[in-house]
Design a protein around this ligand. Sequence first.
Ligand code: MRU
Length: 353
Amino acid sequence: MVETISLVDGVVKMLDQTKLPREVVYIDCKDYLMVAKGIKDLWIRGAPAIGIAASMGIAIGANTITASSYDEFMKGLEPIFNTLLETRPTAVNIQWAVERTKKLLDERKDESIDSLKAFLTEEAQRVLTADIEINKTIGKFGAQFIKEGDTVITHCNAGSLATGGYGTATGPIRAAHEQGKNIQVYADETRPVLQGARLTSWELMQDNIPVTLITDNSAGAILRKGEIQLAIVGTDRTVANGDVANKIGTYSLAVLCKENGVPFYVAAPLSSIDFAIPTGDLIPIEERGPEEVTHIFEAHIAPEGVKVRNIAFDVTPAKYITGIITEKGVFKPEDLHKINDPNTDLESIMLKV
Ligand code: MRU
């Protein structure tokens, strides 16, 4: 499994995913501004991975703050938090990283500034290692729905490259493969940034998991032939009523799955669930520049000056979703809000085969 991101000696090392699969190049981000640029320009992408990058950016940014009190230190962190929060609006994971940092620092108000700085670096490392463990747990819960001989369709890249490692949507796929099940994956190419073609198919091939790349508009035809048994996708922000924001095209795939009687699962670590937002209509949706649509790598594929709309994410309403696979278990979208309630008996609402 290729390493997506690491923090070594105060430097955030990011795999530049814009160059994959043609080149495997790492970029050294020596300050938080470069981490923010890396997130905005998609050197690193995928909700959990940008949450990890934000935690690392906060840690290296904090090291440069000169402060003699806790309040001064927090003031110094403000521009770092704001710059990171402004990079990409849809994935909740950057917000998650910032809020978590604030809460953890608030619990350590009496410690020295040096010890807070050291704590933030350790915390960023913990976020990375915990993410891999969370994905393995998601993998274990999700693999039960993948049977021997099944073909799974996925959209975008919710794999190792989108996380600290192992992947969310690829978690159940990897776990089923490790259990010795003979399975196949169809990867949607995922226009316009081609995360499926460039990233998902590449990382699954690296790990010898059988994968077939298809154009996004082939999914309906293949589903209709009955050649796909289930879909598993990731999420950038899943909200309290079970609506799911994910890469543009996820909604179309979910509708096609419903029409063809194919179960549609969403792999969602708790860090990607925003219980504060009641419905998907309130999720901020990122729109990006036209070049991602008019160009593929350096090649211009559209007339010069054509008007372009490049919506990066869509919202899939809960009614199209069979189950949400979290590290706490698999739940119906309408039960998701209950998992936050300490009085809920999770076993009683968990989906099982
Ligand atoms: O624009 P991207 O590549 O950051 O979009 C990524 C996705 O939509 C993923 O499916 C999502 O972040 C989940 S990653 C585990």
